[in-house]
Design a protein. Structure first.
Length: 89
């Protein structure tokens, strides 16, 4: 029974979270108001954006994605380890 619950949980998790369909909200009241960036570093007086700032921002976002993927991967490995440990006794 324990194995079937774990398998059912993993199956439902992959089918719901890994779906390519996106949920779209029809109400505009749920969205926060848009704000103009206040950083003077991002936009110079001529209206141009520094490419180094954009590259740094892209690198930070990529690091956050890598950390998130690492955390989820670690959780899955721990889940498999604990399930194996429980099943071995």
């Amino acid at each position: 029974m324990n194995i079937s619950l774990i398998a059912l949980f993993i199956l439902t998790w992959f089918t719901t979270d890994m779906s390519s369909e996106k949920a779209i909200s029809t109400e505009l009241n749920d969205l926060p108001p848009l704000k103009t960036p206040n950083n003077s570093e991002e936009v110079s007086s001529s209206g141009r954006v520094d490419i180094n700032i954009l590259l740094n921002r892209a690198r930070k976002e990529k690091e956050k994605e890598n950390l998130t993927n690492l955390v989820f991967g670690g959780l899955i490995v721990c889940l498999i380890f604990v399930a194996g440990l429980i099943l071995s006794f």
